[in-house]
Design a protein around this ligand. Structure first.
Ligand SMILES: [Zn+2]
Length: 64
């Protein structure tokens, strides 16, 4: 029985387990955004304003 949590950055469901080393984040990018490193690059992107295309690409590769 696997538990899922919501990524704090984009709200995507993330499996809580060994397959998700970045949990509760769905991707390294979301983790970096939450840590503020993304902002350090000159971007200020609240979680809900992240471009879906940018977010989905790495996640799809990971899932499939
Ligand atoms: Zn995310």
């Amino acid at each position: 029985m696997s538990k899922t949590v919501k990524c704090p950055t984009c709200g995507k469901a993330v499996t809580w387990g060994p397959d998700s080393p970045l949990r509760p984040f769905c991707s390294e990018r979301c983790k970096l955004i939450d840590l503020g490193e993304w902002a350090a690059e000159g971007h200020r992107i609240p979680g809900e304003e992240i471009l879906p295309e940018e977010m989905l690409d790495p996640e799809r590769r990971h899932r499939h």
